[in-house]
Design a protein around this ligand. Structure first.
Ligand SMILES: Cc1cc2nc3c(=O)[nH]c(=O)nc-3n(C[C@H](O)[C@H](O)[C@H](O)COP(=O)(O)OP(=O)(O)OC[C@H]3O[C@@H](n4cnc5c(N)ncnc54)[C@H](O)[C@@H]3O)c2cc1C
Length: 474
């Protein structure tokens, strides 16, 4: 006979979204059961954000050594010990893992059950011999890499985000299938550590991004030796020793690309299988669980958040969803998910950061818009650090309300924050010009782009007349 638990909340999945809900519930002394079948911390901690940023940091250090000549220092080719890079990556995971651990959540009063959970009815989840009949459920089961339907792919060994951070030897010849953010971030990191890297992208690399911002990052990757091939179709893949030969569909002959390792980074699918969603009356589609603006599924007791809810697949999106669910499920406050208020960063070097709408989206929604740009080449701090590639671009409505901001350049992910705040608060671009920025900082690009808006005012024919009038008073 299984034990019946009746908590206020039951969360399925202890990743970015699930842990945020459980932590908030615990802080408010709301009874909560957390069900996790794999590693605490989910994809972000174990197979996503954290290891990828640790790998990128190692690549960045290698690049700094190699490119020290620009500062008058002797450039050196780094000797890369991949076993130690592996230890660095997993050391970073271990340092952060304490925050997400079962012990910590148990000490906070959350009941953690470390098995797969499955709904057996609209109001019941079964997990490890427990029947959980919670007042509210939150599905936070994340997403997984999906191998594309390429003939022969199932016959070769390939890496995904779940295995690539386990490498203890540097891939001599890495082929990355997929030129999205994950594919390009990892390509650049491996290239900087010394791998030969080819990216095969069926459409356009970083296709979600504004092409002029994407171009800055893509050009840099190419200059560093990443062979990015866009608009290619893979005819098939054949095993070659421990590696693979990838045959690209050519006009007459198939062009071969040889790989010691293949990394698949060509899309992700929501984890909706084996959850008993049908028994729970929870509707889902290819993109994930169908939710309303409150993140509530077709079963009003059950919410879905994070990657499984099918919108922006980011840790901060999952955290944002978690906040909405806490307010809606526990306090019955009115909430509304606004997808355009979720910023995004691609951690290539230079980074690409976006808040709000892109220029194309803004034009679709608002018709006439104004676009302002300012290059890092005009920023003294960027010049001093010899990192002056890229620019900031801001899109406003006719009345100057900020609709979107995009930055391709050094530390773009840090620089986007004031724009994210401005967009959330529906601020006008003139307000961004009214702050004093410390000199010399990269942040000055934000002030300078806002000032370009004021320059339009300076061409107003009334201005000289008004100045002439003021002169009369001495
Ligand atoms: C390589 C890579 C790099 C990334 N980098 C970034 C980044 O820099 N910034 C960023 O914001 N995002 C990044 N992401 C995306 C980010 O990792 C995800 O958006 C985030 O982890 C989603 O959180 P989640 O809570 O929805 O799912 P997850 O964190 O994946 O957690 C889901 C959890 O549910 C568990 N689970 C699944 N099914 C069940 C079940 N039936 N029963 C019990 N448990 C179950 C899983 O084991 C997992 O632990 C990256 C992703 C990848 C792959």
């Amino acid at each position: 006979m299984s034990e019946v638990l009746k908590p206020d909340l039951c969360v399925i999945g202890a990743g970015s979204g699930g842990l945020s809900v459980a932590a908030a519930a615990a802080a408010m002394q709301v009874s909560c059961v957390l069900v996790e079948k794999g590693e605490m911390g989910g994809d972000c901690l174990n197979y996503g954000c954290v290891p990828s940023k640790a790998l990128i940091a190692a690549g960045h250090a290698a690049h700094t050594m190699r490119s020290a000549g620009r500062f008058g220092l002797q450039a050196v080719e780094p000797r890369v010990d991949m076993e130690r890079v592996h230890a660095h990556i997993h050391g970073v995971i271990a340092a952060i893992a304490l925050n997400d651990s079962e012990a910590r959540f148990t000490s906070m009063g959350v009941k953690v059950i470390r098995v797969a959970g499955k709904f057996t009815a609209r109001d019941c989840l079964e997990a490890g011999g427990y029947q959980i009949k919670a007042r509210r459920f939150v599905i936070a089961t994340g997403s997984s890499a999906v191998p594309p339907p390429i003939p022969g792919l199932d016959q070769v060994r390939f890496l995904t985000n779940e295995s690539v951070f386990d490498l203890k030897q540097l891939p001599p010849r890495l082929v990355v299938i997929g030129g999205g953010p994950i594919g390009l971030e990892l390509s650049q990191a491996f290239r900087r550590l010394g791998s030969e890297v080819t990216v095969l992208e069926a459409a356009r690399a970083l296709s979600r991004e504004d092409p002029e911002l994407a171009a800055t990052a893509i050009a840099r990757l190419r200059a560093e030796g990443v062979d990015i091939r866009e608009g290619v179709k893979i005819a098939r893949i054949e095993a070659r020793g421990s590696g693979a030969r990838i045959l690209l569909q050519g006009v007459e002959v198939e062009e071969p690309v040889d790989a010691s390792h293949v990394l698949v980074a060509a899309g992700r699918a929501p984890n909706v299988n084996n959850l008993g969603l049908e028994q729970a009356g929870v509707e889902f589609e290819r993109r994930g669980v169908k939710v309303d603006a409150r993140m509530r599924s077709s079963n009003r007791r059950i919410y879905a958040i994070g990657d499984v809810a099918g919108s922006a697949q980011f840790t901060h999106a999952a955290n944002y969803h978690a906040g909405l669910v806490i307010r809606s499920a526990l306090f019955r406050l009115p909430v509304r998910m606004q997808p355009h208020l979720v910023p995004r960063v691609t951690y290539t070097d230079p980074e690409i950061a976006v808040a709000g709408w892109t220029e194309e989206q803004a034009r679709e929604k608002h018709g006439i818009v104004h676009v302002y740009r300012w290059p890092f080449a005009e920023n003294d701090r960027a010049q001093a650090a010899r990192e002056s590639h890229g620019h900031i671009k801001v899109v406003t409505s006719k009345k100057g309300v900020i609709l979107g901001a995009g930055i391709a350049g050094p530390h773009a992910g840090e620089l986007i924050m004031p724009w994210q705040m401005a967009i959330t608060r529906a601020m006008k671009i003139g307000e961004m010009a009214s702050f004093v920025s410390p000199y010399p900082t990269l942040s000055e690009v934000s002030k300078r782009v806002a000032v370009t808006h004021l320059q339009k005012g300076l061409s107003n024919p009334w201005l000289p007349r008004m100045l002439a009038f003021m002169r009369r008073f001495g």
